[in-house]
Design a protein around this ligand. Structure first.
Ligand code: SF4
Ligand code: ZN
Length: 709
């Protein structure tokens, strides 16, 4: 153990010297006052910010940060000091990486990500809390060969893990057919050991973004990462002192290190595994990550990591829908006697019987389910999962829903033997598995016969779609008996409670009232709980005693009251994974809304990330609120302050996204035509004056309303 400690300190000192050199070099090139920042983050240099509470702004500040590294290196041969030595290496690495960005806007080669921006971390919030991404693997160094590297990474991929690659393994993976990119959950970070800090930075920012962990309290950050960020490290190939020292840093954050080299093992924290076939299993066990597996009898892989896979025209074997042919899908409930479990029928030609170029077929997918606890309200919830289940299938792409679906099957999948019945196998297996408490039996009918597809659309699908629309139309906050809460995000934001009503979906955009209701039915003790609507305090702001009590009970007492319809008085808390954020623009007497995807600045002088950093982590920030995209056109959107007509600015993309429904709401509520056109966007102005000018020109209603503040 003594030798291990010595190696760690040697590595820390090397890192310190390298950091000193890097800072000096950068100052020589750019001068002390030169700006230091990572792209698209509100947390400056996140590790240093989390450790000290200070935001580094210039190269001179960075020079000061070297003291932090020095203070962490205390060369006494005991575990705690050694772990601190590891943290010293982490801070030194961040300094080195920051100098790279200081001297070069784009220091990373094509194909490597380097620093991971805030919005990517926010987008990972929901999949991490739902367990859709069960863990984070950091694969570092040099595998014996590309094939071994590919086997390990593919195994993580098939299990849904998010894998970061650092070092030569980046090139090893490049030589193989492993699909890489955020969409495939395999992210090449960089070649230098110090670039591993960009992964540590993700973990640390999870605490800042979702956990509201205070900057400057590094012990709290270490506790957070240890308890809530399910990451681990695989270090392959010869271990330099620097790598060992960086590994100690990982261990200090609670991330076990598994290596193929001989090391002094530290139980559960530092392990040797020389059998490459067992690396994945050893790693998952060390971090206590459990994987749910469903074997599906299909000739291609099935994993959430394939969700983002696109099939381009050249790789396409056949397509369905997409306005070229009729295509629709339906989940419908039946009497138990009408359903034969696991029956899969293909009615019409299979894909190997189709001629022509490009090949096309019409398609109807009908999933018939029966179960004692099944309700009509759950049909659309199950139906929307079809999109995911098909996308998780390697070589199959699915876009849209209901009768707008568009499906492509790739050449590779076809050659491996994928046929229409396999779509049925996938849907059957997943429906039974995911919805086991409402689906007792399930059968699938896949139609490719043109007449049948058309006929059944009129007879079966359209009437169902219409009935559901009518149901949604009539559902509102005033006529339901219960609201629901969602506590999923508490694994990252312990005090956050979403209250979900028919007119206000969860702020991640992924959970509607019907979804929450179904989730509760499926898992009565799970993340969605019914909330009584009782003891009205204020009907304009939307405050009830029962809701307050529910939030207080479920936030560990940290939030005592919330309103559902006010932005200014006790607005709902935000966890961190919200799709949009609304914030007041006092001079326009209204609010701006910016979506996570929008990278530019806004008329309040801040970008999404900066705005978001003010309100995440389960705290209330009057005047600012995270919310889902669909909430924008709800009549309950900040209705206490006048509703959607307060919206004065949104990114163009968001305007186009909500235009139809927002226009309809504004017409209904205020009798205003084409309201969305009155809302300014970045193509018109992002400065206060420009926005005001535009609002005046359009006669925007917010200018005439009661003062917001
Ligand atoms: Fe998280 Fe709220 Fe979405 Fe639930 S509804 S996953 S708590 S953001
Ligand atoms: Zn969340």
């Amino acid at each position: 153990m003594q030798n291990l400690f010595k190696t760690i300190f040697t590595g820390s000192n090397q890192a310190l010297e390298a950091a000193k050199g890097a800072v000096e070099g950068a100052i020589e090139k750019k001068g002390e006052d030169h700006k230091v920042e990572f792209p698209d983050t509100a947390y400056s240099l996140p590790i240093i910010y989390a450790a000290t509470g200070n935001k580094i702004e210039t190269l001179a500040d960075l020079k000061g940060a070297l003291d932090v590294v020095e203070s962490l290196i205390v060369e006494e041969l005991e575990l705690e000091k050694a772990l601190n030595g590891g943290l010293a290496t982490a801070v030194a690495s961040e300094i080195i990486e920051a100098t790279k960005y200081a001297v070069d806007d784009n220091p990373y080669p094509e194909g490597c990500t380097g620093f991971v921006p805030d919005h990517v971390i926010r987008s990972l919030g929901v999949p991490l809390v739902t367990g859709d991404i069960p863990g984070i693997a950091v694969v570092l160094g040099d595998c014996p060969d590309s094939e071994t590297a590919a086997n390990i990474v593919k195994d993580y991929q098939s299990k849904g893990l998010l894998t970061f690659l650092v070092g030569n393994v980046v090139d090893q993976i490049k030589e193989t057919d492993v699909k890489v990119g955020l969409d495939f959950r395999v992210i090449p970070v960089g070649y230098d050991v110090t670039s591993v800090i960009h992964v540590v930075s993700v973990a640390i920012r999870a605490g800042l973004i979702f956990g509201n962990v205070e900057a400057g309290a590094f012990d709290k950050h270490m506790e957070y990462t240890k308890e809530r960020v399910p990451a681990f490290v695989n270090a392959f190939g010869p271990l330099s002192e620097l790598v060992v020292s960086a590994g100690a840093g990982a261990i200090a954050l609670g991330f076990p290190v598994i290596t193929d080299q001989d090391v002094t093992e530290v139980p559960t924290l530092l392990l040797t595994q020389k059998d490459y076939e067992k690396v994945v299993q050893t790693s998952l066990e060390a971090r206590n990550i459990k994987i749910k597996v469903t074997e599906i009898p299909i000739p291609v892989s099935f994993a959430a990591a394939f969700e983002g896979e696109r099939i381009r025209k050249d790789d396409m074997y056949i397509e369905f829908g997409g306005n070229k042919t009729e295509a629709w899908e339906l989940v419908t409930s039946k009497e138990p006697s009408e359903v034969e479990d696991h029956k899969i029928e293909v009615i019409g030609p299979d894909i190997d019987e189709v001629e022509g170029d490009p090949k096309r077929l019409p398609l109807a997918v009908v999933v018939e389910v029966a179960g004692r606890n099944m309700e009509d309200d759950f049909e659309p919830v199950l139906e929307r999962r079809i999109h995911y289940f098909m996308n998780y299938t390697e070589g199959v792409m699915h876009v849209g829903q209901r009768d707008t679906s568009w499906i492509r099957i790739g050449n590779d999948a076809f050659e491996k033997g994928f046929r229409m019945k396999h779509i049925g196998e996938v849907l059957y297996a997943r429906m039974i598995d995911e919805f086991d408490s409402v689906v007792d039996k399930c059968q699938i009918k896949i139609y490719t016969d043109e007449d049948k597809v058309r006929e059944l659309k009129d007879e079966q699908a359209q009437p169902k779609y219409d009935a559901r629309d009518a149901r949604l139309e009539e559902l509102n906050d005033d006529n339901v008996e219960k609201f629901y809460s969602c506590l999923l995000c508490q694994s990252f934001a312990p005090a956050h409670v979403c209250i979900i009503t028919p007119e206000r979906l969860g702020l991640c955009g992924a959970v509607s009232w019907l979804d929450a209701k179904a989730t509760h039915e499926l898992d009565p003790t799970g993340p969605c709980q019914p909330v009584e609507i009782d003891g009205l305090i204020d009907d304009v702001k939307g405050e009830w005693e029962s809701v307050n009590k529910h939030v207080e009970d479920n936030s560990g007492g940290s939030i005592e009251r919330i309103t559902l319809y006010s932005l200014m008085d006790d607005p709902m808390t935000s966890c961190g994974c919200f799709e949009c954020i609304a914030g007041i623009m006092p001079e326009a007497n209204g609010v701006i809304i910016v979506s996570r995807e929008h990278e530019g600045t806004t008329p309040v002088g801040m970008r999404f990330g900066e705005l978001a950093s003010m309100t995440g982590g389960g705290v209330q920030t009057p005047g600012f609120m995270g919310h889902g995209r669909y909430f924008i056109s709800s009549r309950k959107f900040m209705s206490a302050e006048g509703g959607p007509k307060r919206i004065v600015w949104m990114p163009k993309e968001l305007k186009d996204y909500v235009r139809e429904s927002l226009d309809a709401t504004a017409k209904k509520l205020y009798d205003i035509d084409n309201f969305t056109d009155m809302v300014c966007d970045e193509t018109i102005a992002t400065d206060s004056e420009g926005v005001l000018e535009y609002l005046q020109e359009k006669g925007h209603p917010a200018l005439e309303m009661d003062p917001l503040m």
